[in-house]
Design a protein around this ligand. Structure first.
Ligand code: NAD
Length: 480
């Protein structure tokens, strides 16, 4: 059996380069079995106010750093994350309940996010504007420069507590801003362990402040505080919509949900795509915003795909997240697992076939594959955020594309075919932030532009793209 930390850890919050204890404690439990793993000091209103003041000082200090100095800071932070990789992975596994092997991958991805952020700092640039292209521009020159925006308020979800924090912190620091970060109340440990490392890497005090707490209180203070220049949010659609309504004229970035689809044509390489669908649907028990949820199978390969997929899904080894051999563990809590269980029940009651899985144990749900589901069922049209896949059949790709496009979401979608021109036709017809050809929609590397259309969000992450949203474009024009 894995050794779980029996001694409960205590995590102060982090303001102005210092650990702060408020005494407002929340216990963080291991989702798999409910064991208490840590006590976290949450922000009260006075501490939140101090965090904003220190972020104001932090933003002035960050803006004064050269691009070279910001890139060096981010590279040092990356080196510290390499040094502390294993303790971070264990912490992520404990707070999220994801298998330790996936937690290690998250730490490695976090290191790449920091490398990409350092690159974004080094390549931040404006352009020369051709003023003489207008009659009144004769004799004028103009350049654009990108200036820091000030304080970035970051709100993150539970599922990637380290890498999603770095997707906001990395480009914000590269841009010369400071950050106030409210992590998920379920998973604040990684950010609280990251904060002293940001300091150790040489960031000015106040460059990164972490204020854990509930969304409705601390999250709301962050959204409402006009001293914060930009709110960057990753999480669910209802919360994102509320934030958008409250943010007023300030800059906003919203990275939200999806009910990701994959279209599999008859010429697809099934040997390659079936195992990818196992990883793409059941990693972190499907709690990934681009987790494979709806698979559209051409009728000629539907049977073969389904048989292979069921066989592989059944082989996944369930268990404790800290067990090295565990391949699927639990959802974030029992409440989330009960919701997924009820959606599976709704599908069963409506006459869908549960081909495998469907059973809940505590906070865990077996890998579940469903067929014959009506598109109006929750498991099809809403974001399941659990280890559930629905298989659909089609005979003409146009019909599959129309059905995929008819949904509320638009983050990423996958198309598998060896026919290059068909792949391009499909890619241009699909209304999504990203189209992944010959792989699952869950494919992502951290430097690529990533974000959605429709209810999936506003703006793009990936440090080189996020840095543009976290800077103000200034024009400087002069008469020769
Ligand atoms: P959530 O929306 O419940 O919470 C996200 C964050 O918002 C948390 O920190 C929470 O405390 C905060 N929050 C809640 N109410 C708030 C309010 N009224 N004001 C301000 N902040 C508030 O999401 P979750 O359950 O933690 O995460 C799952 C969701 O995140 C899924 O919908 C998933 O698709 C999405 N997600 C999207 C991406 C992406 O990049 N597009 C990545 C990961 C997760």
């Amino acid at each position: 059996m894995a050794t779980v930390a029996t001694e409960k850890m205590e995590f102060p919050l982090w303001v102005g380069g210092k650990a702060v204890k408020t005494g407002k404690l929340r216990t963080i439990n291991l989702p798999y079995d409910g064991a208490a793993v840590a006590e976290v000091h949450e922000a009260d209103e006075a501490t939140f106010g101090r965090a904003v003041e220190s972020a104001q000082e932090g933003s002035r200090a960050m803006a004064a750093l050269t691009l070279y100095e910001r890139a060096s800071l981010l590279e040092k932070l990356r080196a510290l994350l390499v040094r502390d990789a294993e303790p971070f992975a264990r912490l992520i596994a404990m707070e999220t309940g994801k298998p330790i092997r996936e937690a290690r991958t998250e730490v490695e991805r976090g290191q790449l996010t920091l490398t990409a952020s350092a690159d974004a700092a080094r390549s931040l640039h404006g352009e020369v504007v051709p003023m003489e292209a207008a009659p009144s521009g004769k004799g004028r020159w103009a350049i654009t420069v990108r200036e820091p925006i000030g304080i970035v308020g970051a709100i993150t979800p539970f599922n990637f507590p380290l890498n999603l924090a770095l997707h906001k912190l990395g480009p914000a620091l590269a841009a010369g801003n400071s950050v106030i970060h409210k992590p998920s109340e379920n998973t604040p440990l990684s950010a609280l362990r990251l904060a002293p490392l940001v300091q150790e890497a040489g960031a000015p005090p106040g460059a990164y402040n972490v204020v854990p707490g509930d969304g409705e209180t601390v999250g709301n203070w962050l959204v409402m505080d006009r001293r914060i220049a930009m709110v960057t949010f990753t999480g669910s659609v209802p919360v994102g919509e509320q934030i958008r309504a409250k943010a007023g004229m300030r800059r906003i970035a919203l990275e939200m949900g999806n009910n990701s689809s994959l279209i599999v044509e008859p010429d697809a390489d099934l040997e390659a795509i079936v195992p990818r669908c196992v990883t793409g649907a059941f990693s972190h028990s499907g709690q990934v915003c681009i987790s494979v949820q709806n698979v559209f199978l051409h009728e000629r390969i539907a049977r073969e795909f389904t048989e292979q997929y069921i066989e592989r899904a059944r082989k996944l080894k369930p268990g404790h997240p800290l067990e090295e051999s565990t391949e699927i563990s639990s959802l974030i809590n029992v409440e989330a697992a009960r919701r997924v269980e009820s959606w599976i029940g709704q599908a069963r009651d409506a006459g869908s076939r549960i081909l495998t899985g469907g059973v809940r144990r505590h906070a865990s749900i077996e890998p579940t594959i469903i067929a014959d589901a009506d598109p109006s069922l929750n498991v099809c049209c809403k974001e399941v955020f659990g280890p559930v896949v629905v298989l659909h059949r089609y005979s003409k790709i146009e019909d599959a594309i129309a059905q995929v496009n008819s949904g509320d979401y638009g983050l990423q979608v996958g198309v598998c075919t060896r026919d290059l021109s068909l792949a391009f036709r499909a890619a241009s017809a699909l209304r999504f932030g990203g189209v992944i050809v010959n792989d699952v929609p869950a494919y992502r590397v951290d430097h690529m532009p990533y974000g959605g259309v429709k209810k999936s969000g506003i703006g793009r992450e990936g440090p080189r793209y996020a840095i543009e949203e976290m800077t103000e474009l200034k024009l400087i024009c002069w008469k020769a």
